[in-house]
Design a binder for this molecule. Structure first.
Ligand code: 13P
Length: 247
């Protein structure tokens, strides 16, 4: 059976001192047999985090990766560079990058491909805005976003992680109900199944105001295989409660 994955997305938060305190509290509070746990931290802190989590069950993730392998791309970070710092996962296509940095479905798909080629597992984010949901377009939007990744990556998609993050639930305190989330996860699972015989092993995470109080119910849904946690991943006790709910 696939292990659930609880990944924290720290976004643009942290400091050298704060990171150390947070990771030490997490390590002290982790259960003996945790689900898979990862923290996706600002790239500048990867070296610090690599040392802090060495030999522990916590895996390291980045929040973005370049679609290029190397070269004249000022400000970009390659998947190979991330690997050098022990990075296992890279979030690609987070709605904040689609929205504030103009990332397209094609760019997101290309980033996933480059990451896979370097041994970094992309966590591909999809999700609809409130306007799209209210217009009845949720399925159409998430399927279009995932289709680009499937098209570009072919059979390699069995190696990716998908995260369904409804934009209206991110940082708003509004969570999709377990039924609403499961409904979309089932759509994504069916789309993955049509593209890969290995679709059952692909983890589909839910993200969007997941917290200690709602995690257990969300994670008990048949097609929810973990969580991508923003705000609650910055507080050790909250993140540990979510990890406990995934056991
Ligand atoms: P919040 O958990 O803060 O809503 O953020 C979710 C998210 O965007 C994780 O990538």
């Amino acid at each position: 059976m696939k292990k659930e994955l609880i990944a924290g997305n720290w976004k643009m938060n942290g400091s050298l001192a704060g990171n150390e305190a947070l990771v030490k509290a997490l390590l002290a509070g982790l259960p003996a047999q945790p689900c898979e746990v990862a923290v996706c931290v600002p790239a500048l802190y990867l070296a610090q985090l690599q040392a802090l989590v060495a030999g522990s069950p916590i895996e390291l993730g980045a929040q973005d990766v370049s679609m290029h392998e190397s070269g004249a791309y000022t400000g970009e970070l390659s998947a190979a560079m991330l690997r050098e710092f022990g990075v296992r996962y890279a979030i690609v296509g987070h709605s904040e990058r689609r929205q504030y940095h103009g990332e397209t479905d094609q760019l997101v798909a290309a980033k996933a491909k480059t990451a896979l080629a370097s041994g970094v597992t992309p966590i591909v984010c999809v999700g609809e805005t409130l306007a799209q949901r209210e217009a009845g377009k949720t399925e159409e939007v998430v399927k279009r976003q995932l289709a680009a990744v499937i098209h570009t990556n072919g059979h390699c998609i069995s190696e990716i992680v998908v995260a369904y993050e409804p934009v209206w639930a991110i940082g708003t305190g509004k969570t999709a109900s377990p039924e609403q989330a499961q409904q979309v996860h089932a759509v994504l699972r069916a789309q993955l199944k049509a593209a890969s015989a290995q679709a059952e092993r692909i983890r589909i995470l839910y993200g969007g105001s997941m917290n200690a109080a709602n995690a257990a119910q969300l994670l008990s849904q048949p097609d929810i295989d973990g969580g991508l946690i923003g705000g609650a991943s910055l507080k050790a006790q909250d993140f540990l409660s979510i990890i406990a709910a995934a056991l």
